[in-house]
Design a protein around this ligand. Sequence first.
Ligand code: CUA
Length: 355
Amino acid sequence: MTEPRLYFVKVQVDRSGGYQIGRIGTHSRRILRLCLILLVATMSGCSGIQSALDPAGREAEWLAEIFWVMTAGAVIIWIGVIALALWAVRTRPEAHSLRRTRLLIVGGGAVIPTIVLAILLLYGLRPIPILLAPAPEGSLKVYVTGEQWWWRIRYETPNGTVAVLANEIRLPVGQPVQFQLDSPDVIHSFWIPSLAGKVDMIPGRTTYLSLMPTRTGVFRGACAEYCGASHALMAFAVVVTEAEEFQRWIEQQASPAKSPVEPVAIRGSELFLANGCSACHTIRGTPADGVVGPDLTHVGSRLTIGAATLPTDPAAFHRWIAHTHQVKPDVLMPSFDMLPEEELIALTAYLRRLE
Ligand code: CUA
């Protein structure tokens, strides 16, 4: 039995102006194989923690549906156009009638595109009122400010709990959330591709985004508007959990920092105040009450530091404090590479225990 084989055809113009249809050669087959490999590799990038095509939220599901419907429409139209082009080159010129040619030009060039584009426009605009609608009264409120280059985050829960943190957002699954977004200086764009569309953060204006996560998991949010040297280094973690787990987390985040107990961490807490870190950072429950930089009350409990540029481990804290500008160019925080190793170790021990 012969194996089924997939053949590709090529249309070739010969010297006399005629056309030849034939099988493609080895070289073309290699190119096609490469294209298929690239397509598979590209499609594998459609999943993951930062993909609008792997939705984990109601709004992202609507957007993904629009994308796939539009893509399917484009593919159908592309196949139609290619089929028409093949038919045109394979038909002898004298077989074309003037009436049919005019019909094809007016129909295919004006009437059909107008109808198709009108349908796609109405289809694309349909979910906008739902996407722009605020979350129901009494929903969880999250205030996010885009800073250079990190995210200031403040929670207000319906039962009155207020928590301030940075670069990490946790949400209860299946509950609508209202985001309120702003920026003090430059334009950023707040985007959690897995959960919803993006919304700009504009100085002097407040913008809004409501969404509802539909499954639990850890996702990645990013800034989607060029905002300066470290635009690509301001990301954030988004953790969607069950409601009870979220409640435990938010209450823990709202509480003041635990006092250090180990001598090295106590030394770190003294150095934190002595080196002026408290002029920019707040650690609730201590004299540190600066507001320029991120609130560090529970920094050790976060999944990342430096706005998702480093993990939360001792080596990363050490590197961030000593070589801040190597990790994040142009950041406002100075590098503390002048500190002796013993002081860097003590500061690291203190900060990573702020859980
Ligand atoms: Cu913020 Cu780009």
